[in-house]
Design a protein around this ligand. Structure first.
Ligand code: NAP
Length: 286
């Protein structure tokens, strides 16, 4: 890696907690591989500190930032401009600083559709069913709608998130050509019915994460021609993905999404493509 100089540009991750994040390793490896005079650091920033953190981005001419929990939504009022997909999803995971003018966007959704394309699945004209409507799901829904998905069925349990999902669905229907509708996740019969109408089924909930062996999908509802994606990357194979694989469906976990969302942020800051194959081999062993 090149030496740090007086001209080295700083990029960073803001959020809390951040110490477990793979992003610093991924971005610094990419800067090193491309010979760019950039560095990436992680800063632990709480929700109530976000205004100060954004001020610091301007003050120290930080070229760009990624945002993670709990800041993706909290940062919205402090930015100068939002991308279309952030206006739709009300979520920002990337800030680009152009001489003090801060633009917010989210690359989570593009990371997801990019990883689908990598696996040979083009979302254009497809019918998607997504479980969950939290932060990551919102970006994925907005991006799929922007990229030309035909329709999106969102299944969300009845909680405060349900109303947010309905509002997102309204924005999608108003601002894109995609048809979006929200349903109660507890209606198992409807979930089975809508699954039978879809090309792709996505788990964007926390169900299946860590030691959780549950799946929200009935194994018998999974068809061979259904693409099954889980945003979870730990464990690498959730019960949902294992059952989908056993049913002969194509499957994808969240590791590639993590890589491709980072690659998109890298491009927005540097104008250069991240060498994703090298990073994937070294960091994700895929
Ligand atoms: P979030 O904002 O907290 O949203 C979580 C979603 O899961 C909400 O819809 C939540 O519903 C739902 N949920 C949680 N527990 C549930 C349960 N027991 N039954 C039904 N629904 C449940 O979290 P997030 O940031 O969107 O993350 C969601 C998942 O995506 C996590 O597993 C995370 O690791 C993964 N993720 C992956 C990437 C990647 O790059 N691969 C990026 C971001 C996130 P309520 O709101 O009602 O609780």
């Amino acid at each position: 890696m090149s030496d740090i100089t007086g001209k080295t540009l700083l990029t960073c991750l803001l959020g809390s907690p951040v110490s477990h994040s793979l992003s610093p390793a991924m971005q610094n490896m990419a800067f090193s591989e491309t010979g760019l005079d950039y560095r990436y650091l992680a800063f632990d920033v709480k929700k109530e500190e976000i205004e100060d953190a954004v001020r610091a981005i301007r003050l120290f001419h930080i070229r760009g930032a990624n945002l993670t929990m709990p800041l993706k939504n909290a940062v919205l009022p402090y930015l100068d401009e939002l991308s279309r997909v952030s206006k739709l999803s009300l979520s920002v995971n990337t800030i680009i600083n152009d001489n003090g003018r801060l633009t917010g966007t989210t690359t989570d959704g593009k990371g997801f559709t990019g990883s689908l394309l990598f696996k040979g699945f083009d979302i254009r004209g497809k019918r998607a069913l997504i479980l969950g409507a939290g932060g990551a799901a919102s970006s994925v829904i907005a991006e799929m709608a922007e990229e030309g998905a035909e329709s999106i069925f969102v299944f969300q349990r009845k909680s405060a998130t349900f109303e947010k999902a309905e509002a997102l669905s309204e924005r999608v229907n108003e601002l894109t050509d995609c048809k979006c509708a929200v349903f109660d996740l507890s209606d198992g019969r409807l979930l089975s019915e809508k699954t039978s109408e879809c090309d792709i089924l996505i788990n964007a909930t926390n169900v299946g994460m860590g030691d959780d062996k549950h799946s929200l999908v009935k194994k018998e509802d999974i068809r061979e021609d259904l693409f099954c994606a889980d945003l979870i990357y730990s464990p690498e194979e959730t019960t949902f993905l294992r059952e989908a694989r056993e049913r002969g469906a194509r499957v994808m976990n969240g590791k590639l999404m993590l890589l491709f969302q980072g690659a998109e942020s890298f491009y927005l800051w540097t104008g250069k493509r991240m060498p994703v194959d090298i990073i994937r081999e070294r960091l994700f062993e895929d």
